[in-house]
Ligand binder design. Structure first.
Ligand SMILES: [Zn+2]
Length: 173
């Protein structure tokens, strides 16, 4: 599964805003580095951030509530993190699991990292995907038409997560 845009088309039941068809400018080398520097040319929907990492919504989600935990340092392998950085990253992944269970009440959760294009990686900057899975997720539109029906807007999902931001805070105290 590719990690930029898993579906050909998205159908947003609620209204979708200007990031509908986001084109990344050519001179942006890394979307996550641009997001971490608050480059206004890239959309950033963050739920939490500090000096080490950010938790952001995937703009092309596999599913409603898809979050990514991204270290701000530009690395593309776990090997490039020192022990503390690795522990800190996964301490946040644990909190993200918790906030998803709390806010989205999924039937299951997929956690994953793609290393290398052969593995489906499209942004060469380490990120851990945390994807809630719901019962009866794939209907006709998804299976036959490669179209994902989204029942909540990204902004709404973000608001719901922000209401429980307390779960993410203090992940590394
Ligand atoms: Zn980067």
């Amino acid at each position: 599964m590719s990690d930029t845009r898993p579906y050909e088309t998205y159908l947003w039941s609620p209204e979708r805003k200007e990031y509908e068809n986001v084109e990344i400018p050519d001179d942006i080398e890394c979307v996550f580095c641009a997001q971490s520097k608050n480059d206004e040319r890239v959309t950033k929907l963050s739920v939490f951030e500090d000096d080490f990492l950010m938790v952001v919504l995937n703009i092309f989600p596999y599913n409603t509530g898809h979050l990514m935990v991204v270290p701000k340092k530009h690395v593309n392998s776990l090997v490039e993190l020192n022990d503390e950085e690795r522990n800190r990253l996964f301490a946040m992944v644990q909190r993200v699991e918790e906030i998803q269970r709390e806010v989205k009440d999924p039937a299951g959760i997929n956690v994953g990292i793609n290393f290398g294009k052969a593995a489906g990686e499209s942004i060469q900057h380490l990120h851990v995907q945390v994807v809630p899975i719901y019962e009866k997720d794939r209907g006709f539109m998804e299976t036959a038409l490669d179209t994902k029906v989204m029942k909540e807007s990204l902004e709404q999902v973000r608001e719901n997560y922000l209401d429980r931001k307390d779960i993410l805070e203090g992940y590394w105290d």
